[in-house]
Ligand binder design. Sequence first.
Ligand SMILES: [Zn+2]
Length: 334
Amino acid sequence: MPELPEVEVVRAGLHPVVAGAVVTAVEVLDHRSLKRHRGPSDDFVDRLVGGTIDSAVRRGKFLWFPFEPAEAHEQPLALVAHLGMSGQVLLRGRDAEPDRLMRIRLDVDSPSLGPVRLAFVDQRIFGSMALDETVPTLDGRAAGFAGPRLLGSEVEAEADAVAGSAGETGTNPDPAAWVRRVPQQVSHIARDPLDPAFDEPRVITRLLARRTGVKRALLDQGLLSGVGNIYADESLWAARVHPEQPTESLSRARARVLLAEVRVVLLKALGEGGTSFDAQYVNVNGQSGYFSHSLAAYGQQGRPCPRCGTPIVREAFMNRSSHFCPRCQRVRTR
Ligand SMILES: [Zn+2]
């Protein structure tokens, strides 16, 4: 399943191609892939064709393309790509052999590459695309990552620069209004720990107020986003926290360490192009990442813990599994 690092790899690959790209043709090959679009598929196609994509934006594992339709619309729209279990947005030549599992085809004229194709490919059809309304972010900050690179405060600075320069042109009151707007379908998703606008003290306060196990809280997209099962297991191992440690028994200091480890794990995965253990998941060019070579706990049951040598154990967890070291990661009492 694509998670934050995989989606960021895809987003960063698409961004320079789609920024300013005009949609020239859209074909919906499987209507199930529009299940989250409110309205008929004709509406999806009609509003997209002739419009311009502003950029590629990501929050957690959610990807969207702020979009200006050919006909003036009162609010900025967004083309949301829900990747689900197996969805991908692949960049293809306009004349390329169609991908076998392509569900939606978007032909665009890209300022940087000319005519190219965005192929929404989805084997299991849990994913979908939708044209969605946008709403202002609650904190007034950039809705997600929209720049060419992920790291640092560059993204927020870039968003500010875009919004600032937009105000100076005078031709359009706010052509970059999309920067601080989030698609309705993504608005319930909390910011991820790599987001410059991630409010760590507030997230920790909310985390410690939960009455649940810490891993369950880490996976709660309403608290923080972007941490899937693999990254939860890896960061819990790194922070030496048991997955079932009660949240209310964590100290603030421990919670800070855990969030720091979450960031390290996500950045490491990003640096390596995402996890490749899921062979289904590939980046824009169809290559899979290499992160699986450096997993310490996830999928490592029976192998020695890289820290203490005790065999990693696997336990059932919410229809999935938790992997941890029974020696390094004991449930602690304060
Ligand atoms: Zn250990």
